[in-house]
Design a protein around this ligand. Structure first.
Ligand code: MN3
Length: 213
């Protein structure tokens, strides 16, 4: 999924209007081609000064912030985070519509921990609404193999918290404002229709290999 410097903007794995009416074409275009591109350009600019970082994958950069040269620490944290989070977000979307629910082992785990999908989603929505300003809400697996719903600010990732990402929702205004204006709740509710649960299941299986039962 991740490469090294110079990082490139991968095309979306679907058309810009694919997620209509839940995410409009213009938002998708601006979000991917302008916002994400900007994080990539700034990340490349920061790394360009330090050839020793040229072969570091995104995940290594993000989990090694404290070892990075002082003058690029903040730029790497924000922009590598921006690239990592947006890749996860865009690659985790699939238009399904009403009745879109988790599958496989993840579905059973969600039912086990949260009773049923609706209860889970209400908690997820509540968490996403609680983000003050810009950030993300995540469904993660912690290192004890338990699911958890967490939030991060700005472009922080869950990697530095030692949590394994399964799904995430971008609640920066740029992700929804053109269509939803201030109605963040409606955007989060509609997100339910475009979660790629097959992708989530793959991520969950991968996360399971790295936690301690
Ligand atoms: Mn965004």
């Amino acid at each position: 999924m991740y490469n090294t410097y110079p990082f490139k903007l991968n095309p979306l794995p679907y058309e810009y209007d694919e997620m209509e009416p839940y995410i409009d074409k213009e938002t998708m275009f601006l979000h991917h081609d302008k916002h994400l591109k900007n994080y990539i350009d700034k990340l490349n600019l920061a790394i360009s000064k330090y050839p020793k970082l040229y072969n570091w994958p995104l995940e290594k950069l993000l989990t090694s912030i404290m070892f990075l040269p002082e003058d690029i620490k903040t730029d790497i944290k924000n922009n590598a985070g921006g690239v990592y989070n947006h890749n996860l977000y865009f690659e985790g979307l699939k238009k399904v519509g009403k009745g879109n629910i988790p599958i496989g082992k993840l579905a059973r785990k969600i039912d086990f921990q949260y009773t049923n999908f609706n209860d889970f989603y209400n908690k997820f929505k509540e968490k996403a609404l609680s983000v003050f300003g810009s950030g993300y809400a995540w469904l993660v697996l912690n290192n004890e193999c338990k699911l958890d719903i967490v939030t991060t600010k700005n472009q922080d990732t869950v990697l530095s918290l030692n949590l394994c990402p399964i799904i995430l929702i971008d609640v920066w205004e740029h992700a929804y404002y053109l269509k939803y204006n201030n109605r963040r709740e409606e955007y989060i509710e509609n997100y339910k229709n475009i979660i790629d649960w097959q992708k989530a299941e793959q991520r969950y299986e991968k996360c399971l290999k790295n936690c301690i039962k």
